[in-house]
Design a binder for this molecule. Structure first.
Ligand code: ZN
Length: 298
């Protein structure tokens, strides 16, 4: 039986506030293969979300039992409220979700220590600040580029689609996005154009014929927006990992907002440049649009 099941709402997180370090208590420890998953009451580590793994996990260390344990992997897991069963978050069926809470699992090599040695111990969490800053910069660039892309593609919609962004533009980024990945030195988004997005009114041929214009509009907007130096905020509904967080940035034409589970820069002053590129790729007769943004820190 787990030590954490009664009234536990899941791991409390601080990464969205920009925290890199913090002290906590280890609530539970579970062996997973050769490694051990340490569940902390509260953590500064950003975990990867296997359901939408856009931003990779933080790296860093946990100092506990007078030893330093490098965090080899940091991932969202699901913990059963009643039985304490720890399950991969993707393995939880929709109808079972209410029975589980989400936790940050810090996977370490236990170096001979047992699960029981860790439970209840005080722990110091330290995130690698360099990697965090790199991922935050590229992740913020990815959101800015999404809003700029929505502006640059608005003329290719024949009607207002079901999703409109907070600046009032058809949400191309949301409706056509297939994958999104953040790397330490750039980010990549792939857009696909199935029947549903065409039904929503997107003229895909016109878009493909005007890629250079779209790219140039996005780059121009990014340049203008960076110059404002406006703050970037993550507004959380609560302290738990599963509480919704919203990315927010006041752009010249309005407040840009979108749900986001990642980490970000504190303001647009963090950028000296964002270089945005679009390319059409064809695979088995299907054309996709590949976007990449390289953000350079100031
Ligand atoms: Zn995000």
């Amino acid at each position: 039986m787990s030590a954490v099941v009664s009234g536990f709402l899941g791991t409390q997180v601080t990464f969205h506030l920009g925290a890199l370090a913090g002290k906590s208590r280890i609530l539970d420890a579970r062996s997973i293969g050769e490694r051990i998953a340490l569940l902390l009451e509260r953590t500064s580590f950003h975990p990867v979300d296997p359901r939408w793994p856009d931003q990779p996990a933080d790296k860093g260390t946990l100092t506990v039992l007078s030893r330093v344990f490098p965090v080899e992997e940091c991932c969202i897991y699901a913990l059963h409220r009643a039985s304490g069963e720890l399950k991969e978050v993707k393995a939880v069926a929709k109808q079972e979700r209410a029975d589980y809470v989400e936790v940050v699992a810090h996977l370490v090599d236990p170096k001979g220590a047992q699960d029981a040695d860790f439970i209840g111990a005080e722990v110091q969490a330290d995130v690698d600040p360099v990697l965090r800053a790199q991922l935050s910069l590229q992740h913020s660039a990815s959101h800015l580029a999404a809003f700029a892309l929505n502006v640059a593609t608005r003329e290719f919609w024949s009607k207002t689609p079901s999703r409109v962004d907070t600046l009032g533009n058809p949400n191309f980024d949301h409706l056509a996005m297939s994958t999104s990945f953040i790397y330490p030195d750039h980010c990549e988004d792939v857009y696909r154009f199935g029947k549903s997005v065409k039904k929503e009114g997107l003229d895909v041929n016109r878009l493909f014929n005007n890629i250079e214009q779209v790219q140039s509009t996005v780059n121009q907007l990014l340049k203008e927006w960076i110059m404002t130096g406006t703050p970037v905020e993550l507004i959380a509904k609560g302290p738990a990992l599963s509480d919704q967080r919203v990315w927010r940035c006041a752009l010249p034409k309005g407040m840009a907002e979108m749900p986001c589970g990642g980490t970000h820069v504190a303001s647009l002053r963090a950028f000296s440049e964002i270089a945005y590129r679009l390319a059409i790729q064809e695979n088995g007769g299907e054309k996709t649009l590949h976007a990449s943004a390289i953000a350079i820190p100031s």
